[in-house]
Design a protein around this ligand. Sequence first.
Ligand SMILES: [Fe+2]
Length: 186
Amino acid sequence: MPETPTPGEARSLAQQLLEPLHRRWAHVQAVAEKARELSPAVDEQDRELLVVAAWLHDIGYSPEVRDTGSHQIDGAAYLERQGYPDRLCALVAHHSAASYEVAHRGLADRLAHWECERSPVSDALWTADMTTGPAGQRMGYPERLEEILERYEPDSVVARAMTAARTSIEIAIDQTTIRLERAKFS
Ligand SMILES: [Fe+2]
């Protein structure tokens, strides 16, 4: 069974799957870079995992991976099929408060296959994703949420789910910011 991939291996896999989706690939590269910057907010032994999860968090958008309509579940299921560790699959499955969107799609049972880790690692992963725009631009979360709500119809699954997920995401970002500040002064 393969171990957790290295950041370099994760990058190659993400590139192979997402490069044809130009904007998505730009977003993922910027999320990985942001995750690297946020890595002092997590335990030293988890820093590489954070960056690996950032590289792989959106592979479910790849035409080669897409299946259920939930990119979070599809990405996690793909990684599971490759034999990667549960923890990595679960971080991808639940990234950025996925449970709200997945529930709206009627796929909560599928998502429940993976444990929802709430930890400095998941908080930092969500923060990296939710402060990076769709083409890789840096943005604050309020701006990012506004951008998402402009891109999707108000009663779409994504718009409704992202509105419902707001508090969970804000908590993850606040906690990551606090941990990063603490790490700077320790
Ligand atoms: Fe993303």
